[in-house]
Design a protein. Structure first.
Lengths: 318, 226, 483
């Protein structure tokens, strides 16, 4: 029974992620336009774009290797898996044993590696420039992300995402100063990892500043659609992870339909709030020079280290 | 009575710990700050965190003299000193940037190392203490050391002074968390010293600028070791 | 009525009075009168302590025992002679246009305030108040060092302030730690900061906390004592401040800071029952003897030269206290006394010499003895005394320190001897050049006050030949207390 329920919950989560991810992107764009006094594109714009791209032909560079063609699928798979293993609705999931925090970071690293390889594959200048910058950011962001997970793991004595969320959601209201630090660091890392302002601008194609866009310039048609969808999924996964780790109240730890429904409702509200928050951050901050990015991520790393230290000092042994 | 106090106790410990964490965070923020005005504001916020935690400790442990200490912190560290500093900055029309001797990311790394050291040093002390605030002794020491680091890595007079004052914050916090504050007469004496020191600083700023046309300490290299 | 109250109240009152009248021509006389009154009160206090033994004053907030009464008397004496010296000295400075009358007022008022803070630091029983008084002493001397408002003096004062500010903050943390340890024994009680009570129950204090506290204390107060590597402020402050301030800095303030360390050491020794504190002091002391000895030969400024010499002697005293035991502590206390007297006498002579030459550069000061035999010989004899020539008192104390070192820590003896030898060679050559040769200096327009110089040197000579029995008993009592 539990297995069946876990399977069902897992399925719902995966479908929800696949379907809601483009909506989240649309919602953020909506909020951003609203905050900046512009008229917004339709909420469902991302779906239209994806639909359009899937119906276009794929144009490949003549020297593209099979790797170049395989990478979009691989990335999409990675991101779909990542968003599926984050306990967004329930902690009783069939993939829960695999949902390890370190594996999660590994999934992102895998995707990053392949997209960087693919970008260099065709041999254009922008591609290698983009991958170089992406690797720089990844190399700074990954340790910070790992440390954030370690802090939460220290609190819950486990690296499994499900049990972390279960511990954090089920205990009485306790103020964890370390989580405040980790949360701030997490926001900073998420901004960098998802190519948002102030590190990267998702809508720019200005060669001096773009990072993520520079890597996917050579993609077209369904490949591009998959990559765009994967980016949306990545943002969704990060948002869900943020919610699961730092505001986990409402995620159902018990089996049942009703808890699942309330969890879904609270999830939607939190995601909407989160999207609005992201739009707010993007509106209020200016994109920083690429050379400042190491400092930004260094600060995130520092905060993550502090979170761990503060946890060890203040919260252990009580 | 003790039972009734238990739950608020647990909660106040959490709030005090939060204040401590905020103080540490502000310590780092000050270390990373490049603008003098923001630096003063951060200093004020640190004073506020100190005030809040002192107030909570006072309330939870029924130490009436800590209320006085909190009031002293509020008037001196949150209101008077930032106000004086703001005025000084305006009067002196100091340049807005903080200049550092070592670049900021490196300073931050040193800062982390100092925090680790402070936590290690404080560990045995915390274990001996029976105070509800014992866990924060390490943070207090860390704040002190961070200000110390800031003091030696800044090249302008005003940030050095802010670092000095924030060091005093850390020490007050240490006194509150380790021993529920020192006797009143001592705290008053310390406050008096800080105040007098501040006045002397103010006079000094003007003198230094008059003599060197700048508040940059690096200009002060006339005395050479032969 | 209690003499201690007078000892503390007179400088305070004089400071307030001089804050209003310090710019008048007769201000220097008020300064002297105040210092003399303090000295008389201190003498009466001393007589009483010798007669009646230790006592508490004002509840238990102040405390006088053989250890601090001897320092109080010394402080009052040197304070008095310095005020005598500063009368003509400051007049010359004023005539040369270096100081306005407003500055003179600041100087007179702060001088008395500085005396007051030091006397409070020495006599208080509360380790928190000790800290407050030390910080106040720093602040007043910062103002005094910056008196000339030249770029150099501002730089020296700023350096002094920042370094000592940092140092003294460490000392505050140490104080908090001691209070913390005391709280475990006494409970939450303001009395837990009183040194006498801590002393009574020192064996119950938590050793881990106390050893940590001592590290902070020695770093903190050590900065003010001028222990290497925290000594950087000292030569600058000595060179750039007015000479009377250099004299009291070297002669008194360093002693007071060392006294604070000593008080802590007694507590820590009681709690730890190991040599930890002593070894730490010996390490710092040895370093502080060796490093400045090698800096001496490179100095071009005469006041910097003697500033470094003060660092060296502080190192020697710290080393002596670190060794512990009756003889070494006795020697340390004796050395503290003779160093204060000799060094301030030297600064008095140097001050007038620099005024005659119009510069502090050693090479430009020549032929002092020809121009003014008293100043020249004062400087020469003072330097010989400070370098440890018999029959001066410095020889006696250094001899005692060295023999104790040979007996208990033979490894340290050659190091000390080399350092003292190097110091002797480099300083003697420089002072000889200043005292003899073709005069480059001009006579002074006012009669210099040389009574303090020869009074001090006479006392040092006497201490080298014969220590009066009551003084001897007193040193022994103090040495016994410190252990």
């Amino acid at each position: 029974m539990i297995t069946f329920y876990a399977f069902l919950a897992q399925l719902i989560e995966l479908i929800a992620a696949l379907l809601l991810a483009p909506l989240l992107v649309g919602w953020i764009n909506q909020c951003r336009a609203w905050l900046q006094n512009r008229s917004a594109p339709p909420l469902l714009q991302t779906y239209y774009t994806l639909h359009k791209l899937f119906h276009k032909d794929v144009l490949l560079a003549h020297n593209a290797s099979p790797l170049f063609r395989a990478v979009p699928y691989l990335i999409f798979a990675c991101m779909a898996l990542a968003s599926a293993i984050v306990p967004t609705l329930s902690t009783t999931l069939i993939l829960a044993p695999a949902a390890d925090a370190i594996a999660f970071v590994g999934l992102f690293a895998l995707a990053r590696l392949f997209i960087a390889l693919a970008a260099m594959d065709v041999g254009t200048a922008f591609g290698s420039l983009g991958s170089r910058r992406e690797m720089l950011i990844g190399f700074l962001a990954e340790p910070a992300l790992l440390l954030i997970f370690f802090t939460t793991s220290l609190i819950s004595h486990s690296t499994s995402l499900s049990s972390i969320v279960k511990t954090l959601a089920s205990t009485d209201f306790i103020i964890y100063p370390s989580l405040a630090f980790a949360g701030t660091a997490f926001v900073m890392v998420s901004l960098a990892e998802n190519a948002r302002i102030p590190i990267d601008n998702p809508t720019t194609h200005l060669e001096l500043t773009m990072i993520h866009e520079a890597m996917i310039l050579e993609y077209s048609g369904r490949h591009l659609a998959l990559i765009e969808w994967a980016s949306a999924l990545k943002l969704f996964a990060y948002s869900c992870l943020g919610i699961a780790l730092f505001i986990p109240y409402g995620i159902s730890a018990t089996a049942g339909i009703m808890p699942l429904l309330t969890a879904a409702a609270s999830m939607l509200v939190k995601l909407a709030a989160m999207g609005f928050g992201l739009a707010l951050i993007e509106t209020l901050s200016a994109k920083m020079r690429i050379f400042r990015a190491p400092e930004f991520l260094g600060t995130a790393f520092l905060l993550a280290v502090l979170a761990m230290l503060v946890h060890l000092l203040l919260e252990v042994g009580k | 009575m003790t039972l009734a106090l238990n739950i608020p106790d647990a909660f106040s410990i959490q709030v005090i710990n939060l204040c401590a964490a905020v103080m540490l965070l502000l310590g780092f923020a000050m270390l990373a700050q490049r603008r003098i005005l923001s630096l003063i504001n951060l200093f004020m916020m640190q004073g506020m965190a100190l005030f809040a935690s002192t107030l909570i400790v006072a309330y939870t442990t029924n130490q009436s003299h800590l209320y006085w200490s909190a009031a002293l912190t509020l008037t001196l560290k949150v209101i008077a000193l930032p106000w004086i500093l703001h005025r000084l900055i305006r009067k002196l029309s100091v340049k807005w940037d903080v200049e550092t001797i070592i670049n900021i990311p490196t300073t931050m790394l040193f800062g982390i190392a100092l925090v680790v050291v402070a936590f290690n040093v404080a560990q045995p002390i915390s274990q001996l203490s029976g105070a509800i605030t014992r866990a924060t002794i390490g943070i207090a020491l860390a704040c002190t050391l961070l200000s110390f680091l800031m003091m030696i890595t800044r090249s302008k007079a005003v940030p050095q002074v802010i670092a000095f004052l924030s060091m005093e914050n850390g020490l007050f916090f240490a006194a509150t968390s380790a021993t529920y504050g020192m006797p009143m007469v001592v705290e008053l004496g310390i406050a008096l010293d800080v105040m007098v020191g501040m006045v002397i600083f103010g006079v000094f700023f003007f003198q230094i600028r008059q003599q060197f046309d700048s508040l940059d300490i690096r200009q002060m290299e006339r005395i050479k070791e032969e | 009525m209690n003499e201690l109250l007078f000892v503390l109240a007179i400088p305070l009152a004089a400071s307030i009075l001089l804050a209003f009248t310090g710019h008048r021509p007769y201000a220097a006389n008020i300064n002297i009168a105040g210092s003399l009154a303090t000295l008389l009160a201190a003498v009466l206090l001393t007589i009483r302590i010798v007669r009646d033994g230790p006592m508490n004053v004002l509840g238990e907030n102040f405390f006088v025992d053989p250890l601090n009464v001897f320092l109080i008397a010394l402080t009052a004496l040197v304070g008095f002679t310095t005020s005598v010296f500063s009368r003509p000295y400051m007049r010359v400075e004023h005539d040369h246009g270096k100081l306005s009358v407003g500055r003179l007022r600041l100087y007179h008022s702060m001088f008395q305030m500085f005396m007051c803070t030091m006397l409070v630091a020495l006599s208080t029983n509360n380790i928190g108040i000790l800290w407050v008084a030390m910080e106040a002493a720093t602040l007043t001397t910062v103002l005094l060092v910056a008196l000339y408002r030249t770029p150099e003096s501002l730089e020296a004062a700023w350096k002094y302030f920042i370094l000592c500010g940092v140092g003294i903050a460490q000392a505050l943390f140490g104080t908090i730690l001691i209070y913390f340890a005391a709280e475990q024994v006494f409970g939450h009680d303001p009395g837990a900061m009183l040194w006498t009570r801590l002393f009574e129950r020192r064996s119950e204090l938590e050793p881990t906390v106390l050893s940590l506290a001592f590290v902070f204390m020695i770093v903190g107060y050590g900065t003010k004592t001028g222990l290497v590597p925290l000594h950087n402020w000292l030569p600058d402050a000595h060179a750039e401040g007015p000479t009377p301030v250099s004299a009291v800095l070297s002669g008194l303030l360093l002693n007071v800071a060392l006294y604070a360390i000593l008080r802590c050491k007694v507590l820590v020794d009681g709690a730890l029952e190991t040599q930890f504190a002593g070894q730490l002091m010996m390490g710092f002391g040895l370093l502080t003897v060796v490093v400045p000895a090698f800096y001496l030969s490179r100095q071009k400024d005469v006041k910097r030269l003697f500033g470094y010499s003060s660092i060296e002697h502080m190192g020697l005293i710290t080393f002596a206290f670190g060794m512990g035991g009756g003889i070494a502590t006795f020697a340390g206390l004796l050395h503290m006394t003779v160093h204060s007297l000799t060094k301030s006498a030297i600064f008095f002579a140097v001050g007038h010499a620099a005024q005659m030459a119009g510069t502090q550069v050693i090479e430009d000061i020549k032929g002092l003895i020809r121009r003014s035999p008293t100043i020249g010989w004062g400087l020469m004899l003072g330097s010989l005394a400070i370098l440890g020539m018999p029959p001066f008192g410095v020889f006696t104390s250094e001899f005692l320190i060295l023999t104790t070192a040979i007996k208990y820590h033979p490894w340290a003896t050659p190091i000390l001897l080399v350092a003292l030898g190097v110091a002797f060679a480099s300083m003697f050559a420089k002072v000889q050049g200043m005292a003899f040769g073709e005069p480059t200096v001009k006579p002074l327009e006012h009669n210099p006050a040389l009574l303090p110089v020869f009074l001090h040197l006479g006392l040092v000579l006497m201490l080298g030949l014969w220590i009066p029995p009551y003084l001897n008993k007193w040193f022994l009592l103090a040495a016994q207390m410190v252990g």
